[in-house]
Design a protein around this ligand. Structure first.
Ligand code: PMP
Length: 401
């Protein structure tokens, strides 16, 4: 077998997907973007219902103005790492504002959310330590484990009993264990049982890192995430987040409830060995953060859309990844063909969503993920529901009757 033979499986899957649809369902080319919720795909205007733009801030007038002003005054990029020439006042100010919003002593900004998890997980747990991670964790958490020299132990998805059994086996070493979970899992839209996990971590003297990538901006009085909304900010040790979803930019952060977390800057390779985010991104993100902190109006809109979509989708007879409403709704199917047929129907109706198939999905399911935004209008959501109803009538007329 030669070097490139290993790509044969991907090539077959790629051509099967390409042949079965006029527009590629994976890495779909967006020709022109018009707003947070609309784009032109394959020459046609579509509603974007497959982004992570939960609050619609990519087109917020003040965020855009801040980015433009930063480019005019500070240029397009930093051309250096935070450890060298890329440590601008804006990076430090954003870190301070995030830390003070949480009332925690440490916040470190990374160049992406991927790097924030990679950098935090790999630097917090080293030789002789333990990482207990949810089996359905995002790739960057798995990759952080690979980069660290700690022993990685996976526990069953959202199963606190399974976590406890594994932690109990560590005995005294539980104090060297870092539990890593996401608060909202974006593939199925389900939430981690954070209260139970916190109770277990406290009992065993372990540490807890929560990735709030999909929940920052979305949950909590101040939009700080699920930990805030459950009143757990005094219990969790580290929170990782991203600028690329509710904040509408690109970048990531790791917040620490302990001052020692600041030392990650000195040892975290994904922080040290890469260029820092450009001033425009930092300026727009800082403005977006102010909007998030004052964003109850946007959150109310988003949750109104989520409640409405979940109840309609269930009424139509679709199988949902979870029954508790979330800003993402996963419509789950046993076969890739069924999921792809729905994805295509929605696109034909002028709605872009995400098709997700194995191996990128848990338990081998195929699904269509609909992501909501506060920037969606009520008409957008009604259009999505009507297209879902029409597809159900065409494919399962009895269920839709
Ligand atoms: N964590 C989770 C749970 C994610 O879903 C993602 C992105 N999909 C990331 C981290 C990485 O974020 P970013 O896009 O900022 O690299």
């Amino acid at each position: 077998m030669s070097l490139l033979d290993k790509f044969a499986t991907q090539r077959t899957l790629h051509s099967r997907l390409a042949e079965s649809s006029r527009v590629a369902p994976i890495a779909t080319p967006m020709d022109v973007i018009h707003s947070a919720t609309s784009a032109t795909i394959d020459g046609r205007l579509v509603i974007l219902a497959g982004t992570n733009n939960y609050l619609g801030l990519t087109y917020d007038a003040e965020c855009r103005a801040a980015a433009i002003a930063a480019i005019e005054t500070m240029g397009t990029g930093t051309t250096g790492s935070r450890m060298a020439s890329g440590n601008y006042a804006g990076h430090r100010a954003l870190e301070q504002e995030l830390a003070s919003a949480f009332g925690w002593p440490s916040c470190i900004v990374f160049s992406t959310g991927y790097q924030a998890n990679l950098g935090a997980v790999s630097a917090l747990a080293g030789e002789g330590d333990f990482l207990l991670i949810d089996a359905d964790s995002h790739a960057c958490i798995h990759d952080g484990c690979r980069l660290s020299n700690a022993t990685t132990i996976r526990f069953r998805h959202n199963d606190p009993e399974n976590l406890e059994r594994r932690l109990a086996r560590l005995g005294e070493d539980a104090s060297r264990a870092l539990i890593v979970v996401e608060s909202l899992y974006s593939t199925l839209g389900d939430r981690a049982p954070l209260r139970e996990i916190v109770e277990i971590k406290r009992r065993y003297g372990a540490w807890l890192l929560v990735d709030e990538a999909h929940s920052f901006g979305v949950f909590g009085q101040n939009g700080l995430g699920l930990c805030e909304s459950l009143g757990l900010l005094d219990e969790v040790d580290f929170i990782v987040g991203t600028f690329s979803k509710s904040l509408g930019g690109v970048g990531g952060f790791c917040l620490g409830r302990h001052a020692e977390a600041e030392m990650l800057r000195m040892v975290s390779r994904p922080y040290i060995f890469t260029a820092s985010p450009p001033p425009s991104v930092i300026a727009a993100t800082h403005q977006a953060l102010r909007r998030v902190l004052q964003g109850q109006d946007l959150r109310n809109r988003l949750w109104r859309h989520a409640d409405h979509l979940y109840s309609e989708v269930a009424r139509l007879g679709y199988r949902l990844g979870t029954t508790t409403p979330a800003p993402v709704a996963a419509l789950v199917f046993d076969s890739r063909e069924e999921a792809q047929a729905l994805w295509q129907s929605l696109l034909d109706a002028g709605i872009y969503t995400n098709l997700m198939i194995p191996p990128a999905t848990p338990a081998g399911v195929s699904l269509v993920r609909i992501s909501l935004s506060a920037a969606h209008s009520d008409e957008d959501i009604s259009h999505v529901v009507a297209a879902l109803a029409a597809h159900m009538r065409r494919t399962r007329p009895l269920a839709a009757a």
